[in-house]
Every structure is written in C-alpha cells, then in structure tokens.
Design a protein around this ligand. Structure first.
Ligand SMILES: [Zn+2]
Length: 79
C-alpha cells in the first residue's frame, strides 16, 4: 500500500497553517472531458486548491478550461 503516489512535490499556501505546505492531490470529480483534483494540506488536511485537468494534457497547462483543440477545418496547404 504505497501512499506516495498522490503526493506531489508542490507546496501551496495553507490559510490554516499560515505557510506554504506540501499538498496531497486527490481525485475529486471525473467529468466527460476532464478530471478535477483537490489539493489537501499534508499537515491539517484542509482543502487548499482545486484544479481541472483535461484528459491527456499535461497538468501544467495554463490554458486549462479553454477551448479544446479540435481538428482545424482550414488545414494548411503544403507548399
Ligand atoms: Zn494546513
């Protein structure tokens, strides 16, 4: 039973601890096209942040919540 799977090497400011704390990432909700994760403070366990993560996209994408990249109807023509 390894528990470090959901532990990310990030720190988020926790209002209860009043400092940046390491967080645990927990899958909160699964939607059709994305997952919503919740970040819990590793010390007090309170929910600090939530993040949407579209399927198949890196979690560091700043354009989360934007339009999905579909096939471009006006494809570039090869020269
Ligand atoms: Zn805390």
């Amino acid at each position: 039973m390894d528990q470090f799977e959901n532990l990310e090497a990030v720190s988020i400011y926790c209002p209860k601890c009043r400092q940046a704390m390491p967080v645990r990432k927990r899958l909160l909700l699964v939607l059709l096209d994305k997952e919503i994760y919740e970040y819990l403070c590793a010390r007090c366990g309170s929910s600090i942040a939530k993040k949407d993560q579209p399927f198949g996209r890196p979690s560091t994408d700043p354009t989360v919540g934007g339009l999905p990249r579909g096939p471009n109807p006006g494809q570039r023509r090869l020269r």
